[in-house]
Design a protein around this ligand. Structure first.
Ligand SMILES: Cc1ncc(COP(=O)(O)O)c(C=O)c1O
Length: 397
């Protein structure tokens, strides 16, 4: 997937793609804009502010690494959750074999931040994105999901133009009803085509069982996970039986990670939310700590409610958000208002600062420029959130 010597891209990556220098510029810009927070108490920040409890995130990453030591699968964590090269580096240092991303832009940022072996766990289409994919494959090991013959041929053509080789995993729909081929036979058929295409390297199959994350009931989730993984492993075995390579069998999110990591035939998992955790995933993976919060200020205090300055433009899945240390029921979230039900004498007043645990971490992080990284009560650093992608609040800022 990489040409023999690590080469610089030739400049044909679309302008949208950040160069290494642009990533450093973003870091500098974030330092300039938010750096005055460093050294302050975590409660003394301009709100809403994204707070990363670094020791808790480290413990989550270490716990996952430790538990995987006794399991057959490795982890290639999904970084769309945090969009942070710094957190990705911690995961790799803890033993991750590479990184999974949702977008080409995330992949580029990881590669240009010096990280390697990146799997874009989504299908990609569009001339510029395929050109960017092919170019970045000159700099690092890069893989992408495919489920369509013409799209696969287009990726191969882009790779040949760039003089690179792109790793390809056949996406199988294991029950989520999202992208992916419906049957193992179709997977074998596409694998055959991939194997014959110059510019591509057939690396295996992928089949994220995301519908299991939407199944809070444990036994039903477990049975859905088993059906999903038997479909995926069956596809891998049939590809091998056809005489084709299939070294990687990749699946697994935080809601199913340990079942999937111990499923015979699965070689790696793509879990991501375990690192930051949130209220959506916690009931299904309560071993991991909630390391992400949003600091907010009470801005109004009618008799029956507390209103904070973090609404649905500051929180992902706001309805699932909770107020740390306060047993108040979420009532409603407008754009810049978060409403919680509270008795008239409940001791929260205008100007008080609270911390909200988001419903969904990936959708929260995407609203922010930077993490305020805390250890205990002190802000020790500010880290950029990059990239949010074209059309989603800017690529790298
Ligand atoms: C394809 C894919 N793989 C892995 C994950 C990671 O799942 P989780 O964040 O639940 O660990 C996701 C999350 O949406 C995903 O879309």
């Amino acid at each position: 997937m990489r040409s023999p010597a690590r080469q610089q891209a030739k400049g044909t990556v679309p302008e949208l793609a950040p160069a290494a220098g642009a990533i450093q510029e973003t870091r500098d810009r974030v330092k300039r804009a938010y750096g005055s927070a460093i050294g302050r108490h975590r409660r003394d920040l301009v709100t809403p502010a994204l707070i990363l409890d670094l020791p808790a995130a480290r413990r989550n990453i270490a716990k996952m690494a430790e538990r995987l030591k006794t399991m057959p699968a490795k982890i290639r964590p999904h970084i769309k959750v945090h969009k942070s090269p710094e957190l990705a580096r911690l995961q790799v240092d803890a033993g991750a074999i590479g990184l999974s991303t949702a977008t080409i832009w995330e992949a580029i940022v990881m590669v240009r931040s010096g990280l390697d072996s990146i799997f874009i766990v989504n299908t990609l289409a569009g001339r510029e994105k395929l050109a960017a994919l092919a170019e970045i494959a000159r700099e690092a090991e890069v893989m992408v999901a495919v489920d369509d013959p013409q799209n696969t041929a287009d990726i191969a053509a882009a790779a040949r133009t760039a003089g690179s080789e792109v790793g390809v995993l056949i996406e199988v729909d294991t029950g989520m009803d999202r992208a992916g081929l419906d049957t193992p036979e179709q997977a074998v058929e596409l694998a055959r085509r991939v194997a014959g295409m110059e510019g591509l390297e057939l690396m295996g199959v992928t089949g994220y069982e995301g519908h299991c994350s939407l199944t809070p009931e444990r036994d039903l989730r477990a049975s859905r996970q088993r059906v999903a993984m038997s479909t995926l492993v069956d596809a891998a075995e049939r590809i091998r039986a056809a005489g084709l390579p299939c070294p990687i069998v990749s699946a697994g999110g935080t809601a199913t990670w340990d079942w999937t990591a111990t499923t015979h035939g699965v070689t790696e998992i793509q879990a991501g939310s375990y690192a930051l955790m949130d209220n959506f995933h916690f009931p299904m993976a309560g071993d991991f700590e909630k390391a992400l919060t949003v600091l907010a200020t009470v801005i109004s205090r009618p008799p029956d409610r507390v209103i904070v300055d973090a609404g649905n433009k500051s929180l992902g899945a706001p309805a699932l958000s909770t107020m740390r240390g306060h047993d108040l029921k979420a009532m409603r979230f407008d754009e810049e208002h978060g409403l919680f039900i509270a008795e008239p004498d409940y001791p929260l007043h205008v100007g008080d600062v609270v911390e909200l645990v988001p419903g969904y971490a990936p959708g929260t992080v995407n609203w922010y420029d930077a993490y305020h990284v805390v250890e205990g009560d002190r802000v020790v650093d500010v880290w950029p959130v990059i990239p949010r992608g074209p059309g989603h609040g800017g690529l790298i800022s």
